[in-house]
Design a binder for this molecule. Structure first.
Ligand code: CO8
Length: 264
């Protein structure tokens, strides 16, 4: 696919935004390619995705400023909707998505990382929402997700000042879960993805849905969502075998083995 590489490593899919000459900036074509690759992921076989950027300098340096510079109000709104629709697709993707942030994550780059379930980054990562310095607002979910992730006060400060922060500060405010030397980032992302992929896929998917949907409603409604998803795991092979394995281990510790979950 033109601007997007997709590679499969066992049950893990690795999506790489590949437009390094523009520091992987997102234009219409990159977004179209990304959507097509997402639509083509075999979610029966793949249990976790990693999203990263090509090169050693940038994850995604934002939406393409050249392409946006001449947009009308209507075109700006449509472009914002396009980005939001695709980032919502990532957020609601049935399997977890890990952002492996290997450099600049500015504007739309920070925003796409925030639509992923988990963010880890390299020591050279730089985060920021520079939009107000360009005369626009964040438009791919930044005003919504940053506040939900790091709190309204910190999000407002970052967005109003358009100030970039480094990996250490991103870690300190909870924007990323871990920071690695650049060469260790992808191996760490793969290890994390493989750990997730080794767990019961039906349950992992249900957890993602419960957490995402629960965050949008009251605690009472959230608990109902959880009860239903919890119940939906029962009578599956994975639930029965996962629990039977535990009981076998209790009878005879030598029977300890990792369950080969079937997504069934
Ligand atoms: N758009 C287009 N091209 C870009 C972008 C970008 N966001 N970022 C970098 N590039 C290009 C540069 O133009 C340059 O191209 P060329 O070699 O042809 O001149 C190439 O990438 C390399 O960049 P630099 O030479 O600038 O590299 P530096 O190491 O000197 O600087 C920076 C790296 C600091 C990342 C710098 O490139 C920069 O500041 N980039 C812009 C970052 C930015 O402001 N991003 C936010 C954009 S706005 C946004 O994302 C809004 C999202 C919501 C959209 C809603 C639509 C309505």
């Amino acid at each position: 696919m033109g601007f997007i590489d997709y590679e499969v490593d066992g049950a893990v899919g690795i999506i790489t935004i590949n437009r390094p000459r523009a520091l992987n900036a997102l234009n219409e074509e990159v977004l179209n390619d990304l959507e097509q690759v997402l639509d083509a992921v075999d979610v029966d076989a793949i249990r976790c995705l990693i999203l990263t950027g090509a090169g050693e300098k940038s994850f995604v340096a934002g939406a393409d400023i050249g392409a946006m510079s001449t947009m009308t109000k209507a075109e700006g709104t449509a472009f914002g909707k396009k980005g939001n629709d695709i980032f919502l697709k990532i957020e609601k993707f049935p399997i977890p998505v890990i952002a492996a942030i290997n450099g600049f994550a500015l504007g739309g780059g920070c925003e796409i990382s925030m639509s992923c379930d988990i963010r880890i980054c390299a020591e050279n990562a730089i985060f920021g929402q520079p939009e107000v310095g360009l005369g626009i607002t964040p438009g791919f979910g930044g005003t919504q997700r940053l506040a939900r992730l790091v709190g309204a006060g910190m999000a407002k400060q970052l967005i109003y000042t358009a100030r970039n922060i480094d990996a250490k500060e991103a870690y300190r405010i909870g924007l990323v879960n871990a920071v690695y030397p650049l060469e260790e980032l992808l191996p760490a992302a793969k290890k994390l993805a493989a750990t997730i992929a080794g767990n019961a896929p039906i349950a992992v998917r249900a957890c993602k849905k419960a957490i995402n949907e629960g965050l949008q409603v009251s605690i009472d409604e959230g608990c109902v969502i959880e009860e239903e998803l919890f119940g939906s795991c029962f009578e599956s092979y994975d639930q029965q075998e996962g629990m039977a394995n535990f009981l076998r281990k209790k009878d005879d510790p030598k029977k300890v083995k990792k369950v080969a979950f079937k997504n069934a």
